[in-house]
Design a protein around this ligand. Structure first.
Ligand code: SAH
Length: 352
């Protein structure tokens, strides 16, 4: 875990079941207490030690002294009148704020979480990266976005996408711990197949993830069909060439059997021509995956605009004709939606 975790007390919700069991032994408690506490934290989503009614009072007091258990606080919730999408602004215990989104689909409730406060990847069209990276989120802070949302709606969260602010593979150790905790059979029990990790393309970490033996879906933020075009939108393209990034996607499929999802944000006059669609089809012809087209969400700080609907359709048709599986991302919560990172930015501006 990172040295940035808030204070000296151990963050109890970032500990695995085995680690909790060891902690109880250290405190002179029977080992099974570890399992009970894990159940409270990750199964019953307890926000305080006082709720843990099957633990002796003296142990609950001891836990308060030894461990940190500070839930996220919802500073703002916006609910879409159109489709029930909810945008949450959560305050962390150090005063930072992050965003999460709940989207309701036919197949279940999906939560989009942040993995860092801010981001250092610098993608040109993204609001989350404008102030840089402030810090990584701990495993517990990633988990609690899901736990608090499920508690506030009373409805089961079945899918999780790590597509909010931050680059999850730039916070690798905490991400992995988060995934293992969220999917633990004694805890929240989310299916690993229902998790999507979205990356701007950090090749070494993509290859490392492929070796973890986790059936999670990888989404690659592609956004361009040549290195030159990609460099103009994403600084990370100066570090890894498309061939390397797509090679890592191919390896990911080979090792996990999971089809990769290629994200392509369409920006008017920048990457939305039919020539680019053909080039994209050629680039992806040997990949096992599909393309997700996202008309760019304009942000105040940049002059990027959405293509016309017919341009988006033409781009899609061109990919399809070339045998690429493609979807256009349905825009959820249109009435409450700022682009990723916009709610946090406007909140911070108001505070100043
Ligand atoms: N850092 C990760 C995950 C966070 S961003 C990544 O790069 O994949 C989630 C997705 O939203 C990425 O594909 C990102 O490029 C895209 N995105 C960010 N800002 C956007 C905007 N204003 N309009 C459309 N897509 C955007």
């Amino acid at each position: 875990m990172t040295a940035e975790m808030t204070d000296q007390k151990t963050d109890i919700r970032s500990l695995s079941r085995d680690e909790l069991t060891d902690e109880m032994t250290r405190l002179g408690q029977p080992a099974y207490r570890g399992g009970q506490i894990f159940q409270w934290l990750h199964g019953k989503l307890a926000s305080s030690f006082d709720e843990m009614s099957n633990l002796p009072l003296s142990l609950r007091e001891r836990l308060k002294q030894e461990y940190e258990l500070r839930p996220l606080r919802a500073a703002e919730v916006k609910v879409s009148a159109l489709d029930g999408t909810r945008k949450y602004l959560f305050a962390l215990s150090d005063g930072n704020v992050i965003e999460s989104v709940l989207m309701k689909y036919k197949y279940g409730n999906s939560v989009c979480i942040s993995s860092q406060v801010g981001c250092r990847m610098g993608c040109r069209f993204c609001a989350s990266t404008i102030g840089g990276r402030v810090r990584d989120l701990s495993p517990a802070e990633m988990l609690d976005q899901i736990y608090q949302i499920q508690k506030s709606t009373g409805e089961r969260v079945s899918h999780v996408v790590i597509m909010g602010s931050g680059e999850p593979l730039d916070n690798y150790e905490n991400l992995l711990r988060f995934i293992r905790l969220l999917t633990d059979e004694n805890g929240f029990r989310l299916s690993q197949r229902n998790i999507t990790v979205s990356t701007c393309g950090l090749v070494p970490q993509m290859l490392r993830l492929a070796d973890e033996g986790l059936p999670v879906t990888l989404a690659l933020s592609l956004h361009a069909s040549s290195d030159e075009a990609r460099k103009k939108l994403m600084p990370v393209a100066n570090r890894y060439r498309l061939q390397e990034v797509l090679g890592a996607c191919h390896t990911y499929f080979e090792k996990t059997g999971r089809r990769v999802s290629f994200e392509y944000s369409l920006v008017k006059g920048v990457n939305d021509s039919l020539a680019e669609a053909s080039a994209l089809a050629a680039l992806l012809k040997d990949q096992h995956g599909h393309v997700n087209l996202i008309p760019v969400n304009p942000i105040r700080e940049r002059d990027f605009r959405q293509p016309e609907r017919k341009t988006v359709e033409a781009f899609k048709n061109c990919l399809e004709k070339n045998g690429i599986h493609v979807t256009i991302r349905r825009e959820m919560g249109r009435d409450i939606h700022g682009a990723c990172g916009q709610l946090r930015r406007s909140y911070m501006e108001e505070k100043e």
